[in-house]
Design a protein around this ligand. Structure first.
Ligand code: GDP
Ligand code: MG
Length: 169
């Protein structure tokens, strides 16, 4: 299971929808509680796996989640909006929350990628250098810029995370 976290409106629900259904809508209603979607994927080592993506719909305003949300997570997508400095600053809080509540079976940090969404929007208020530094400082397994709207790098970022979770990279 992969959990998708980050501030409200950064594009988490759209990301899951894009990845699972290859669609994009502008009119998502925010839902309360956790929603999830399932996708069958073929990994880079040609394994067929089913992944479950969890959306923290409606819980973002707390900027922290209960342990129950993280319990079954094997990987995490932490998303912010490149047009919102506030959402970038929240990355620190989200990552601290994650790392304080969940570990892998062997006690390491849960593999988590930092995803900078809405790269179709200009100008970006968060620079690549700032993202890179945040990535290193907080021990993300990697970072990438995506546009859920255009579909840019959505699949690729998930493949990278899955490979890391499965120990392939
Ligand atoms: P969530 O609150 O994090 O689940 O965010 P949503 O998925 O509900 O998206 C919030 C808003 O951002 C919606 O109006 C989306 O259409 C819009 N949005 C999501 N991804 C992108 C993107 O890549 N580019 C642009 N321009 N807008 C996006
Ligand atoms: Mg949402």
């Amino acid at each position: 299971m992969v959990i998708v976290i980050g501030d409200t409106l950064v594009g988490k629900t759209s990301f899951i929808h894009r990845y699972v259904n290859n669609g994009f809508r502008v009119d998502y209603k925010s839902t309360i509680g956790v929603d999830f979607a399932i996708k069958q994927v073929v990994t880079s080592s040609n394994k067929n796996i089913k992944i479950q993506l969890w959306d923290i719909a409606g819980q973002e305003r707390f900027t922290y989640l209960t342990r129950a949300y993280y319990k079954d997570a094997r990987g995490c997508v932490l998303m912010f909006d490149v047009g919102s400095a506030a959402s970038f600053h929240s990355v620190r809080k989200w990552k601290a929350d994650l790392d304080s509540k969940v570990r892998t079976d062997n006690g390491s940090l849960l593999p988590c990628i930092l995803v900078a969404n809405k790269c179709d929007k200009v100008p970006a208020v968060v620079s690549d250098t700032e993202i890179q530094l945040m990535c290193e400082e907080l021990f993300f397994v990697g970072w990438t810029k995506v546009s859920v709207k255009d579909g840019t790098m959505v699949k690729e970022s998930m493949s990278y995370l899955l490979d890391t979770v499965l120990g392939l990279s």
